[in-house]
Design a binder for this molecule. Structure first.
Ligand SMILES: [Zn+2]
Length: 164
């Protein structure tokens, strides 16, 4: 794959050298990552980071990490071009808000589960008459250990019977 990339760039300059109007050398650091048929990739990265900074950043990385570095720089640069104020921080903070929102919903759902278990427990222990009246009967530790181990013992039992 690298071979064909080099042959191509020997014939025509890579997208970076074309934009910078310079000769694309055999060892051009941009050539493997900025093919001539995708000029927009280098244009964004050049606009946001500057060609010499991109060059420096790539030189400082081992070759096997340069492809990923270019992908993330292109992503960041495109986000900055699209949103000059927040760039990719806009996407990060909106995802962070979604996480906060989903965590709140999860906490509410978990609280409802605990509430329902407490009601079930108290209706079982008091014959169903006074559901929800004695949540004190369920200590945090017994509430926590009650369902899961019973479930797994039960399924283990089923598996045991099946294997016989
Ligand atoms: Zn080049």
């Amino acid at each position: 794959m690298k071979e064909s990339g080099r042959k191509q760039s020997a014939a025509s300059p890579c997208a970076a050298c074309k934009l910078l109007r310079r000769r694309c050398a055999q060892d051009c650091v941009f050539a493997p990552y900025f093919p001539a048929d995708e000029p927009q990739k280098f244009a964004s990265v050049h606009k946001v980071f500057g060609a010499s900074n991109v060059n420096k950043m790539l030189q400082e990385l081992p070759e096997h990490q340069r492809g990923d570095a270019v992908s993330s720089m292109v992503y960041e640069a495109n986000a900055r071009v699209r949103d000059p104020v927040y760039g990719c921080v806009g996407a990060i903070s909106s995802l962070q808000q979604q996480i906060d929102h989903l965590q709140t919903q999860l906490a509410i759902a978990q609280a409802e589960v605990v509430h329902m278990r407490m009601r079930q427990f108290s209706s079982m222990s008091s014959g169903g008459g006074t559901a929800g009246n004695s949540p004190e009967n369920v200590s945090p530790s017994s509430r926590h250990t009650q369902t899961q181990p019973i479930m797994s013992l039960f399924t283990m039992d089923i598996l045991h019977q099946k294997s016989k």
